[in-house]
Ligand binder design. Structure first.
Ligand code: GTP
Ligand code: MG
Length: 180
């Protein structure tokens, strides 16, 4: 029997920050300008090989609506990593990151955290809010990695996902389950 290692990732953050778009762009290569709000959670998975080992990455993208939080919390359980998304141009979505970390830690304290500024393409027209160097300092001070992505153009997306996966695999933050 061969062993495949499972890595569970949850995407969380305020509504409209682009969590579903990030998941869909990564898994299907498509971007939708009028993505519908998520009710509960969405899911995708992919098998990949790293250093001769097989991993199955499961990505759960949860609703940013606070009224769905009681449902969403159950998706945080056993997550190895949480990708906290904020809209790179909307300060309030960055400010809410601590709220999301609190929600996550109620369920899964051992979860590794990455911060992802979404909608990087908007910086052609708008200012980053907060400034990127402020977020970089925040990430450094809190010992978390920071990424900027655009699901619209695909910029940094594959690179970021690969980096999340590699870090997890290297640090062996995953469950091992037997497969047939
Ligand atoms: N310009 C631009 N728009 C984006 C990007 N990612 C998402 N959007 C748009 O932002 C809106 C919200 O995206 P979603 O992916 O539905 O956001 P969400 O975080 O899943 O929202 P909830 O499910 O309500 O929590 C949609 O209109 C998307 O088309 C991006 O990288 N660039
Ligand atoms: Mg969504």
């Amino acid at each position: 029997m061969k062993k495949r290692e499972h890595i569970k990732i949850v995407l969380l953050g305020d509504k409209m920050t682009g969590k579903t778009s990030l998941r869909k762009r990564y898994f299907s290569g498509h971007f939708n300008e009028t993505e519908l709000a998520t009710i509960g959670a969405g899911f995708d998975s992919r098998v990949f090989t790293l250093q001769d080992k097989e991993y199955e990455m499961e990505v759960w993208d949860t609703s940013g609506e606070e009224k769905y939080q009681s449902i969403c919390r159950m998706y945080y359980r056993n997550a190895a990593v949480a990708i906290l998304c904020y809209d790179v141009t909307i300060y309030s979505t960055f400010q809410k990151l601590n709220y999301w970390i609190g929600e996550l830690y109620k369920i899964q304290e051992s979860c590794k955290i990455y911060v992802c500024a979404t909608k990087l393409d908007l910086l052609d027209q708008y200012e980053a809010n907060p400034q990127i160097n402020f977020v970089e300092s925040y990430a450094r001070e809190n010992g978390v990695k920071f990424f900027l992505t655009s699901s619209k153009t695909g910029e940094n997306l594959v690179y970021s996902m690969r980096s999340w996966m590699t870090t997890l695999a290297i640090h062996k933050i995953h469950r091992v389950v037997p497969i047939q």
